[in-house]
Design a binder for this molecule. Sequence first.
Ligand code: SF4
Length: 212
Amino acid sequence: MTKREVAKIAVAELEKLYPDAECSLIYSKPYELMIAARLSAQCTDARVNIVTKELFKKYTTLEAFADADLKELEEDVKPCGFYKTKAKSIKEMAGQLLNNYSGEIPDTMEDLLTLSGIGRKTANLIMGDIWGKPAIVADTHFIRITGRLGLTKNTDPYKVEMDLVKLIPPEKSSDFCHRIVQFGRDICKSRRPFCEKCPLSECCKYYKKQKT
Ligand code: SF4
C-alpha cells in the first residue's frame, strides 16, 4: 500500500469515527484561541480549559491582556506551567496584535509567526480553525500516529508537517488533525495503543511489525 493510499484510508476512517472534528481548546474569540494554544505547550488541553475559563472572564479584551500586570498574569496562568514565559508572551502578543495588526488575527503563516510565542503548531491551528485554510498541526499525537502508520519517518514537527502536506487533501487537513488528537487519546495511545480495536490496523506499519 502506498503512503497516499494509507493516508486516504486514515482520513476516511477517522471521519467516520469522529464526525465532529473539534478543537479541544475552549474559546469564543479568535485571539482567545491563540492564548489558549500558547498555554497548551507542555500542558493538557483539559487543564488549559480550566485556567482559561477564569482568565477570559477576567481579561475580556485584547487591550486588557496587553495592559495586564505581568506578575498578576503570571499568577493567573501558573497552573499551566512555564508561567513566566507564557505570561510574558501572551502580554507581548496582545500588544503586537493591537499595534501591528489593528487588533485582528493575521491570516498568513508569515505574519502569525511574527507574534511572540507563536510557532508553526499554533499558527497552523489558527490557519485551520479561524481562517478555514489548510493546516497541518504537528503536535505530539500527530507525530506519533503518522509515524506508526508509516506516513513519515521524521519526528521533527516541521519535517512531519512537510511530509503530510503532500499526503492529506488540503481541505481535509485541519479536521484530520483534530481527529488525530482524539484518536490518540482514545485508541492510538502513546504507551499501549488499542490496536485490536483500531480501524486502521490493516494499513498500519507499526501493527504489522508487531504481528511478525
Ligand atoms: Fe495506532 Fe495500533 Fe491503530 Fe496502528 S493499529 S494506528 S498503532 S492503534
